[in-house]
Design a protein around this ligand. Structure first.
Ligand code: M6R
Length: 608
């Protein structure tokens, strides 16, 4: 949720760290700070608010040095103010720590440390770490860090510097991502590759329990027993343009407009036309093993959970396998029925969401096979899942997930096609699915070409206080997703419901002020949805309908219509999501929200 970047090498460190923080700002943006070894000791600057404020402070009061660490924060313990911003220092200002994650036993440790005379200045759990390191320090920074980490429970990705061992950065990871970047005679540490991509593509992903010791001459990975470990070097295949806005006003808009290409990339090389099936080489399962699956559990959070609901519908309809979809945060604390014949599908854009990761580990512990549907290559879920399908959607920076959603649905359709063809789906049906998948990129483009229509709609509804999103079948989850997009970036209260369920309560909310968005493509449940439209109109609701053809039954019943191209039922969410994303985006912009950095949110939720 927070972001870390550190550098050691020949260059002046401050601009590199500020640049890295700017690229990480999407991960957390309530306060920021930087610590630099200035030749005499540790010098820090911290601010409440955005990186741009830190940049101004550093310009007014420069820091010089060639080794430093920096942090952008998403508050968990303590208010987002300057005092609680990282780095945190010991009393003598000899040690600085930046930390992502949560130290769960912080209050117990703090009490003990205070009894031993340590004076705390912030409300954060992180400050415990710096005092533990201080207490353990003899002559080696890594030894002191190891000693401290042995005492803490919880999750961390940390970077530490000290004037008592001034030429190195010590980083450590448990439950919060961290990688080492390898430059030419210079080394980086970062919580996310985007922070350092402008300088190197060679990275070493740290594993849980790893420490990295970096200086100007190289790096070492060790464990908590100081044993040296070997970790492979990976190459990042994104380029810089992909993590820049490229002329769009916001990353979210850029990512919405990228969807013809991203959906195409998810499909690329995965269709076997002659066999009318999909080729998913990462699934690592033989046909016999796939046929032996008794049931599927899908676990995820947020938008990824919505795509999971669509996957449930697809897999049950076509592959005839019983599927349950679970919020990862609930699954991990229940006593779920999972066996060796369960396939647990774990969906995550970032591959780092703490609850999803924990749910996957729980399923693995119970013997299930796990399959990750993940976007970020090399992320923890991608590495730990027994099998995987990468989305290949490129970096998603906007906090509101857009292109990951459509690629997730497409990846689930590919998996359904593969499993379905092994079971009951005919070659004819398989070919129909393939043709529909192939048509998606240009159909998405057709919708995007009409973005002005949605912008005009947004103008009409930008002052609404509430929104209802209704859909059935495959598009009940689309309704949930449309509502989530609107609420998270525009702060308008919005709810998604199965259209018929409206009669069991939400109908009481409908009056002439309530916009109701119906997702009503011409699918197998269209007639049912049309009746629900009538029910809303009869109560003077304002109906916005996403349809796919002229529908006589809706004549006079809808106030605004946006037509999407026709596709097969299971892929309608991919097309219907696009106008809903645009509607949320334009409403948010017109209300003056910071679309890419909505309040209280962070891109990747790496704490429970
Ligand atoms: O990276 P993940 O897919 O695991 O993230 C899950 C959710 O945190 C994420 O989808 C969140 O709900 C987004 N802000 C939705 O736009």
């Amino acid at each position: 949720m927070c972001g870390i970047v550190g550098y050691v090498g020949p260059r002046v460190v401050t601009p590199l760290l500020i640049e890295g923080l700017k690229r990480l700002e999407y991960r957390g943006y309530d306060s920021a700070g930087i610590a630099v070894m200035n030749g005499k000791g540790v010098e820090t600057r911290k601010v409440a608010g955005k990186i741009s404020r830190l940049e101004t402070v550093v310009k007014d009061s420069p820091l010089t040095g060639t080794l430093g660490i920096a942090h952008t924060r998403w508050a968990t313990h303590g208010a987002p103010n300057q005092v609680n911003a990282h780095p945190h220092l010991d009393e003598k200002h000899e040690i600085a720590v930046v930390h992502n994650g949560i130290i769960e036993n912080a209050s117990v440790l703090r009490r003990t440390l205070e009894e031993h005379g340590h004076v705390f200045t912030s409300d954060t759990d992180t400050e415990v770490l710096v005092h533990l390191i201080e207490a353990a320090f003899e002559d080696s920074l890594e030894d002191a860090v190891i000693d401290a980490l042995r005492q803490v429970e919880g999750a961390y990705g940390i970077a530490v510097v000290s004037s008592r061992d001034p030429n190195k950065i010590v980083a450590a990871r448990k439950g919060s991502p961290l990688l080492v970047g390898l430059g030419d005679g210079e080394y980086y540490v970062a919580s996310d590759a985007s922070a350092i991509l402008a300088h190197t593509r060679e990275v070493v992903y740290m594993h849980d329990g790893d420490l990295a010791v970096l200086d100007r001459h190289g790096y070492r990975i060790i464990d908590l027993n100081s044993t040296t470990l070997t970790r492979g070097v990976s190459k990042i295949d994104w380029d810089l343009a992909q993590i820049e806005r490229g002329g769009f006003a916001h990353f979210m808009l850029k990512e919405i407009f990228e969807q013809p290409q991203t959906v195409s990339s998810t499909i690329a090389g995965r269709l076997l036309l002659d066999q009318a099936t999909a080729k998913l080489s990462g699934t690592n399962l033989t046909e016999e093993e796939l046929l032996a699956i008794d049931n599927v559990v899908i676990t995820a959070c947020g938008t990824s959970w919505h795509s999971g609901l669509i996957g449930e519908h697809m897999l049950e309809e076509l592959a005839r396998i019983p599927v349950e979809v679970e919020y990862a945060s609930e699954f991990r604390y229940r006593n779920p029925i999972v066996t060796e014949r369960t396939l647990c599908i774990v969906i995550s854009q970032s591959g780092e969401t703490a609850d999803t990761l924990a749910a996957m580990r729980e399923a693995q512990r119970r013997g299930a096979r796990t399959l990750g549907i993940v976007n970020v290559v090399g992320s923890t879920i991608a590495r730990e899942a027994a099998a995987g399908i990468y989305l290949h959607a490129g970096p998603e920076i906007g906090v509101a997930s857009t292109k990951a959603f459509t690629s997730q649905v497409v990846a689930l359709a590919l998996l359904t096609l593969k499993l379905g063809r092994l079971r009951e789906v005919s070659a004819l049906r398989g070919t129909e699915i393939i043709e529909a998948l192939q048509a998606l990129p240009s159909q998405i483009q057709q919708i995007l070409d009409r973005h002005h229509e949605i912008e005009a709609l947004a103008e009409e509804f930008k002052r609404a206080q509430n929104f209802l999103y209704l859909g059935r079948g495959y598009n009940f989850p689309t309704a949930l997703e449309g509502a989530l997009k609107l609420k998270e970036i525009s702060y308008i209260h919005a709810e998604g419901y199965p259209a018929a369920e409206m009669k069991h309560g939400p109908i009481a909310l409908i009056d002439e002020l309530m916009p109701v968005v119906f997702i009503a493509p011409h699918d197998s449940v269209f007639d049912k949805v049309a009746s629900n439209v009538q029910e809303v109109k009869a109560r003077n609701g304002r109906v916005i309908a996403i349809t796919s053809r002229e529908e006589p039954s809706l004549a006079g019943k809808i106030d605004y219509e946006f037509r999407i191209p026709e596709t097969i039922d299971m892929l309608t969410p991919v097309l219907a999501a696009i106008p809903l994303q645009l509607l949320a985006y334009y409403i948010a912009v017109k209300r003056g929200s910071n679309v890419d950095q909505p309040r209280n949110l962070a891109k990747s939720v790496t704490v429970e």
